[in-house]
Write a protein of this length. Sequence first.
Length: 235
Amino acid sequence: MSLRNLVVLTGAGISAESGISTFRDQQGLWEKHSIEEVATPEAFARDPEKVLNFYNQRRAQLRQRKIKPNPAHKALASFEKKWLAKGGQFLLISQNVDNLHVRAGSQRLVNMHGQLMSALCPRSGRALPWQGDLTQEHLCECCDPPQLLRPDIVWFGEVPYHLEACYQALEAADLFISIGTSGQVYPAAGFMQLAQQVGAQTVEINLEKTSDTFEQGYYGPASQEVPRFFKQLLA
């Protein structure tokens, strides 16, 4: 097998067809809120109720029956299982905070920006599974005095999760595949350059081209392009 170590990065574009609003979409949830209002530690300190309500709405969306993994999520999970069985290495790095990769069956998964279905103690860093709404009545049980739980989301100005694992995988990568990401949010926006520096092949799968530096590009809906690409790769 000429290719052995694969690293895949996914962004909001892979979940858009499942009905999840994308970060920069003009029709998306973020249009009605500035970053400073709902996506910084300072915003949470200033107006926790507004921030909690914003993420409660996003969490509620994930609980809707119509929101489910699409063929792109399922193709990645299926490919991972088969690729590992062939002796390959695989890491899926997601910028998304939804749970669709997990529900599709992905195992080698890093959620670098956190998870909606999780609450976080801001002092201890302890994360708790969380399905329902978070309110100002929900306090941690690990600190004295108890701390107000916050969404387990990496906000602007904070360090993404599992960066060391991401960089280690990129340093060993033979192939880096970027799916449905704008390439504008760092540090993930720099992953392609890091992969190229170690000699990895680079591929973009997206609705439209975001960069001329990818060696290959496949453009169209993720639910069509992702299954097609990974089926060919496995063959």
